[in-house]
Design a protein around this ligand. Structure first.
Ligand SMILES: CC(=O)N[C@H]1[C@@H](OP(=O)(O)OP(=O)(O)OC[C@H]2O[C@@H](n3ccc(=O)[nH]c3=O)[C@H](O)[C@@H]2O)O[C@H](CO)[C@@H](O)[C@@H]1O
Length: 369
């Protein structure tokens, strides 16, 4: 087996800049890539993000340095904000040029999200090799603009390759612990995990309290853990309290730090179908009821969910079909059927990309060398 020293021979110290962030869907795979290039190739890794993304908490907690740049929003904002964002863009690119000149990374990895666009553009201008990471079937704005000019790209779907130069289908890196989750035995004491992606999902926060009481009444051993997102934690907890359901059988939390442990406890997961969420369901081999976010770019969450439905690895309820009756009926049916939960979990596991992070790490190493 090669040691770290052997693998970095000829490159000197590998320096990697990872750019992007915003939501967990960008930051969490970025951290998996950072750990891989650090541990496998001895790389020094820095991040560049913006002050309003989840990176401000998760990146320092993981022990990596983070530089902040100012980048405004372009999507779902007023015309005035869009104009301001475009006017600010040259400053953002200039700041990234300065950063690249002082840090001198051999590779810049763009994971999508606010800071990704200016950093990738700066790297392209300075001819620093670039790797784009795109987990969704349809790329977001930053990757769509930079896609043709990057040196290489790591994607999750075959159909996504056409947006990029040098794309390979690698899958999405997820935290290693998801892969070692053992199947649950089934039986009466079931656990339902409800989570709405890194920011929570208002629709799940509103509908769950409407069915909580009858759900807990009719399934005697059931407990519910509900992640609400930080913005609506208090009102979601209040709505749960007002159901009068036994408080020892449910818990509302703004954000769950140890997601692999929360997945391990769950028999069924009711969630959005963001890209990393799907990769984690597959890695963990968990049964799911998926509610795609209808306003996602090109309806990509529905496409993500359809892959699971097509493989009998999960069920889907579209937002347009979601009402209290449909939800409680589906949850009851699934939670009462141990054989279905088990079979679904096994099917989900077949969709996992075990080596995604290793393949992406290798691509970074190749670009550097
Ligand atoms: C509303 C929206 O636009 N969502 C997008 C966003 O979703 P979002 O940011 O929710 O992304 P994903 O579903 O891909 O990933 C969420 C990540 O956050 C983690 N997590 C979540 C909640 C929590 O309490 N603790 C925790 O650790 C999950 O384990 C997972 O690793 O980025 C994804 C990847 O580009 C897209 O596919 C989604 O469509």
């Amino acid at each position: 087996m090669q040691g770290v020293g052997d693998r970095v021979q000829g490159v000197g110290l590998l320096r990697v800049l990872i750019a992007g962030g915003g939501t967990g869907g960008h930051v969490i795979p970025a951290l998996a890539i950072a750990r891989e290039v650090r541990d496998a190739y001895g790389a020094e890794v820095r991040f560049v993000g913006t002050a309003r993304g989840l990176e401000t908490r998760l990146v320092p907690e993981a022990g990596f340095p983070l530089e902040l740049i100012h980048v405004g929003q372009l999507k779902n904002v007023s015309l005035a904000t869009r104009v301001r964002t475009l006017l600010d863009l040259p400053m953002g690119i200039l700041k990234c040029v300065t950063l690249l000149r002082s840090y001198r990374p051999q590779v810049v990895v763009g994971v999508g999200g606010y800071a990704s666009g200016p950093a990738m553009l700066a790297a392209i201008l300075l001819r620093v090799p670039t790797l784009a990471f795109e987990p969704n079937a349809a790329p977001g704005l930053a990757n769509r603009l930079a896609g043709r000019f990057v040196t290489a790209a790591a994607v999750n779907f075959e159909e996504t390759r056409r947006y990029f130069h040098g794309a390979r289908v690698t899958g999405i890196p997820v935290r290693e612990d998801f892969f070692s989750i053992a199947p649950k035995a089934g039986g009466a004491s079931k656990r339902l995990l409800v989570f709405g992606g890194s920011q929570g999902a208002r629709i799940l926060n509103q509908i769950m309290p409407t069915i909580l009481f009858p759900l807990l009444r009719d399934l005697a051993g059931l407990t519910v853990l509900h992640q609400s997102g930080p913005r609506t934690e208090a009102e979601t907890r209040q709505a749960y309290l007002e159901t009068g359901a036994d408080e020892s059988r449910w818990q509302v939390s703004a954000y769950l730090d140890d997601m692999p442990a929360r997945f391990a406890e769950a028999d069924l997961i009711l969630c959005r179908s963001g890209a990393s969420t799907m990769a984690e369901l597959a890695a963990a081999g968990k049964a799911s009821l998926l509610v795609p976010f209808a306003a996602a770019t090109d309806d990509h969450q529905k496409k993500n969910a359809e892959v699971f439905v097509g493989a009998d690895a999960g069920r889907m309820l579209l937002e347009s079909e979601l009402n209290s009756q449909a939800l409680i009926d589906t949850l009851m049916e699934m939670l009462r059927d141990d054989a279905e939960l088990k079979a679904m979990g096994e099917k989900a596991r077949t969709l996992a990309h075990r080596d995604a992070v290793k393949e992406i790490g290798k691509m970074v190493r190749e670009l550097a060398g």
